[in-house]
Design a protein around this ligand. Structure first.
Ligand code: C2E
Ligand code: CA
Ligand code: CA
Length: 561
């Protein structure tokens, strides 16, 4: 009976005696199969699994032509009297050579070694294949969450939409609010846990047969799903609940920007950009957790691109200039001061409003250069005005929060005063309320230094953000500029009136001045007078004016209303 575990050795030799001799030498180490011709040998190789072939030299090259032999170790038997035979055998493709007459021990060892070597090589190949598969996975996957990565998403989403050309898809871009803060406040593992939990959630709600989900970077996820297979409201609530269930105790909110795909041939990265554009519109807004892309957003994006492209040239070519809006002291009936507001006169697009370019500059950091330009223009104006009239009207300038990251901020301001021979009370610094929230400790100490140097500090847009009234007590500011929204609501809302009244009283108790901005009508002004407001800025009195016009107004120095 043949032992099942024995390896099969094929002996290819015309001489039966030779074949018998081999069988005698190896005896029961192998299961033997014999062939007396090349045809017989090939036939056998193709029919059954052979572990090793021992063939007379004359068959080697023919055997080597057969594809199957590539995976089987081939040993040539050569005549020991022929000195070249060994080399010829190896050249012809034999893996090993044994000499006739056969030496029992040597033959046995050689065959063993050859088989072992082949097995090892085979396992190395299997390992390599496995590694290649793993590598492919690695290249396609995000290691943290196991979701597919950005490139894979782009490829697969394009393929998915191409195959299901009739299906209407959404590309949805997700982002977590304050994720950076979570990473800072807690351990990085907490952040990772949130990301993995979100990934698992996506995996369970998006049927992989119809949709895709991916983590494309940091805390940004993207999904591609048929529109009729998803309820966005439910999806976001489910996501919030799942992540909140981790009990991290921080308000972790997901926001989503949605691009309904109406042109499946658009590159997927551009679809994602559009979804991201929609997302940017609502990020940080507690009420709106998702938004849809519309064509207007694309216009905005193109406009932003134009702004970024042209900003440096604009500064070099003097396309920026300052306008001054008077701030009136209605009790004294004079112009108390002015606010400098930047204007951009673009050679092709005409005047661009700061509402359009300031947010872009704040995102890309160019605001620091712009602000410094404005401050210098203001200093030039004050200096010239003093030379011409002998009088000084203080001007307040906007100091965007990004300036506070520059260590030479104070030095720069003091340098300006020196260059234009001004004093610090002439240049007032407006810092928007939200900046106090961002970076309160550091900011407070910088503001303290400004005030010690004699710069009046104004808190701009007060009441527009989240600052509590209690916080006011600790704020080292000289003036509150009440946000326009209050004035707008004054006529309709009793509440706005009450809050404003409270603010005015509180400011008075704390020894702060109040400027009310955005006053457009006589009625609003009357309310404000009733509340005791005395410093007013708004269209009712004057819009921001080009410097020559402002000078003219100063000369007349009267309230025309
Ligand atoms: P802001 O600092 O709150 O400036 C007041 C804005 O309100 C100005 O808009 C001004 O023209 C406008 N305004 C004044 N009175 C009225 C009114 O009665 N009704 C209405 N509806 N609006 C009024 P502007 O010049 O378009 O500037 C918008 C914002 O852009 C500014 O708000 C400020 O945040 C920013 N900005 C403008 N110039 C600069 C600058 O040089 N540097 C920085 N960092 N920001 C600037
Ligand atoms: Ca301002
Ligand atoms: Ca303001």
């Amino acid at each position: 009976m043949i032992n099942e575990t024995l390896q099969k050795l094929l002996i290819v030799d015309e001489s039966e005696n030779n074949r018998i001799a081999i069988k005698n030498i190896l005896q029961d180490e192998y299961e033997f199969v014999e062939a007396a011709s090349i045809e017989e040998a090939i036939n056998t190789i193709e029919r059954c699994t052979i572990d090793v072939v021992l063939a007379d030299l004359k068959f080697i090259s023919q055997l080597k032509d057969n594809d199957k032999i590539l995976q089987i170790p081939l040993i040539a038997m050569v005549d020991s009297s022929d000195v070249d035979a060994g080399a010829i055998a190896i050249e012809s493709g034999a893996f090993e050579v044994i000499a006739k007459p056969l030496n029992q021990t040597l033959v046995s060892y050689r065959i063993h070694n050859v088989i072992k070597h082949f097995k090892d090589a085979e396992s190395v190949q299997i390992l390599k294949d496995k590694q290649i598969i793993e590598m492919h996975k690695y290249v396609e996957m995000d290691a943290l969450t196991g979701l597919i990565n950005r490139e894979t998403f782009y490829k697969r989403a394009a393929a998915l939409m191409q195959v299901n050309i009739e299906t209407k898809y959404y590309i949805i871009y997700f982002d977590i609010s304050c994720f950076k803060a979570i990473n800072d406040l807690f351990h990085i593992e907490t952040g990772n846990l949130i990301l993995r939990t979100a990934a698992n959630y996506f995996r369970t709600v998006i049927d992989p047969k119809v949709g895709l989900c991916s983590r494309i970077e940091a805390d940004h996820f993207i999904i591609c799903v048929p529109q009729d297979k998803i309820d966005i409201e439910k999806l976001i609530i489910g996501l919030d609940v799942t992540v909140q269930a981790l009990g991290i105790g921080h308000n972790i909110l997901f926001y989503a920007g949605i691009y309904p795909v109406n042109n499946p041939s658009l590159p997927v990265d551009q679809m994602c950009d559009r979804a991201n554009m929609a997302l940017r519109k609502i990020k940080g807004n507690y009420m709106n957790r998702y938004a849809y892309y519309d064509a207007g957003m694309r216009e905005l994006m193109l406009q932003d691109q134009m702004i970024v492209r042209d900003m440096e040239t604009a500064l070099q070519e003097n396309q920026f200039s300052i306008f001054l809006q008077p701030i009136y002291d209605i009790k004294r009936n004079t112009i108390n001061s002015a606010e400098a507001l930047v204007r951009w006169f673009h050679p092709i697009n005409g005047m661009i409003s700061p509402g359009k370019f300031i947010p872009v500059f704040e995102r890309n950091g160019f605001i620091v250069k712009t602000d410094r330009f404005v401050w210098e223009e203001v200093c030039k104006f004050i200096q010239r005005q003093r030379e011409e009239t002998g009088e000084v009207t203080p001007v307040s300038v906007n100091v965007s929060r990004l300036n506070f990251y520059n260590l030479d901020l104070l030095e720069f301001l003091l340098g300006l005063l020196e260059r234009y021979e001004l004093e610090s009370w002439m240049l007032k610094l407006e810092i928007t309320e939200s900046a106090y929230m961002d970076n309160s400790h550091q900011l407070m100490s910088i503001i303290k230094v400004f005030r010690e140097e004699g710069f009046p500090v104004l808190m701009d847009d007060f009441g527009s953000g989240y600052s509590s009234l209690n916080m006011l007590k600790n704020l080292p500011v000289d003036v509150l500029k009440v946000d326009m929204a209050f004035v707008r609501e004054l006529e309709e809302s009793e509440r706005a009136y009450m809050i404003l009244k409270f603010i005015m009283n509180l400011a008075k108790d704390l020894g702060m001045d109040v400027i009310v901005e955005g006053v457009e009508t006589k009625k609003q002004l009357d309310y404000l007078v009733h509340l005791g407001a005395d410093k007013i800025q708004g269209y009712y009195f004057s819009k921001p004016l080009p410097v020559p016009e402002f000078k003219k107004l100063l000369k007349e120095n009267k309230i025309c209303k």
